[in-house]
Design a protein around this ligand. Structure first.
Ligand SMILES: [Cu+2]
Length: 393
């Protein structure tokens, strides 16, 4: 399960379990009851606290109805059985009975629908936010844009491939860890604009009480306000393709001061990245920049020395025909991705991702770097940012 539970909540679950299943539950050998987390995650926002509370009220209403209905039924079955000589009572078209068994459930439903509707309306009230982030679902990662601040980034799974293939011990946050979490300040109403770039996804962080479908071509909004500093984890909750389980959500809630510091750093980085795409770069500048871009983005699959990784289908770029071939084709492959090989399950197996999210300068320099490194000597060795810009569709 996600998150940690405190002792108080846990003992409440044991009570619930005992109450719901009755004292007659036989001891199951080898099962430690205390390790079972059956309820919602501990709330990290007032909305999720209200959701948990509503869930508990309705759960107990269901328990009472269950006991009432099944109690009456079994009492009637046993007490009035044919073998002790009972005759069935006939009460067809008895108006009183029909009114009673319509009105009572109706009242129960209204009693449950009232707080539920109030809560749903509150969950959709995105008015007066303190800040806004745009969330975009991609196959298979999330994009976060800080709209008012003018920067954004991608958030991708950071669980090592070896853990996924059962070759390494699994981290406690296995498949629930990312390279760049969404960072927000505590006690601030964050409006979240949710959309998708390819297929349906769903942005779901249970402990913050937010879930919103990400729909291509639509921008829907929702909100959350974390009331505790900490890390909250969630997952894409709409089946979106073969790596649906590999696009988790991590929200890092910082104190207002820490958030301000983080924001300043991000803005500085974004400013540094906004370079002039029409400038003509020298080979040396491209190589220096390209090495950084390669080690930061490509080396995970193609290896720092360009030898590739057969286990995930990433080819060697040393002596590669695409890298040594025409520039335009290589720009196309890096910009738009490529799948020729056998597609393997898990991680990024067999697929070269699209790098559209990198800047023209980043792409031009990383291509120039691969065309001139590890013994590669391409004839036309330099790609300029302006060429990348021209190739974008
Ligand atoms: Cu998804």
């Amino acid at each position: 399960m996600v998150g940690n539970r405190n002792g108080r909540t846990r003992s409440r679950f044991r009570w619930r379990l005992a109450a719901a299943l009755g004292a007659g539950l036989p001891a199951v050998p080898g099962v430690a009851l205390a390790d079972w987390d059956w309820n919602f995650q501990p709330p990290g926002s007032s909305i999720s606290a209200q959701i948990t509370h509503l869930h508990e009220i309705i759960f107990w209403i269901c328990v009472v109805i269950f006991i009432g209905v099944f109690g009456t039924m079994f009492y009637a079955l046993i007490k009035h059985r044919k073998s002790v000589g009972h005759q069935a009572v006939q009460f067809h078209e008895n108006t009183t009975v029909e009114v009673v068994w319509t009105v009572i459930p109706l009242l129960i439903l209204i009693f449950m629908a009232w707080p539920a509707t109030k809560l749903i309306l509150a969950m959709h009230d995105t008015s007066a936010p303190g800040m806004t982030v745009k969330v975009t679902g991609y196959q298979w990662k999330w994009g976060y844009d800080y709209v008012q601040e003018g920067f954004g980034f991608y958030s991708t799974l950071s669980t090592p491939y070896a853990e996924i293939r059962n070759r390494a011990a699994k981290d406690p946050h296995y498949l629930l860890e990312v390279d760049n979490p969404l960072v927000v300040p505590v006690d601030t109403k964050v409006r979240v604009l949710v959309t998708a770039a390819d297929v349906l996804h769903s942005w779901y962080v249970p402990a913050l009480g937010v879930q919103q479908e990400a729909i291509p071509g639509f921008v829907r909004d929702t909100w959350f306000e974390a009331d505790k500093v900490g890390i909250y984890r969630g997952q894409c909750s709409k089946l979106c393709g073969k790596e649906h389980a590999f696009m988790p959500i991590v929200v890092e809630v910082k104190s207002k001061d820490d958030y301000a510091k983080w924001l300043a750093e991000q803005k500085q980085k974004a400013g540094a990245a906004a370079e002039d795409p029409n400038k003509v770069w020298s080979l040396n500048d491209l190589l220096a920049k390209g090495q950084q871009v390669f080690n930061g983005n490509c080396a995970a699959c193609h290896q720092p020395n360009g030898t590739g990784n057969a286990a995930i289908g990433a080819p060697a770029l040393v002596g590669d025909k695409v890298v040594l071939g025409p520039r335009q084709h290589q720009i196309d492959v890096v910009l738009n991705g490529q799948t020729n090989g056998v597609v393997m399950t898990g991680g990024a197996g067999g697929k070269m991702p699209s790098w559209k999210g990198l800047s023209d300068v980043d792409i031009a320099s990383v291509i120039s770097y691969t065309r001139n490194s590890w013994g590669n000597k391409a004839g036309e060795n330099i790609v300029q940012p302006s060429e990348v810009k021209a190739e974008r569709k």
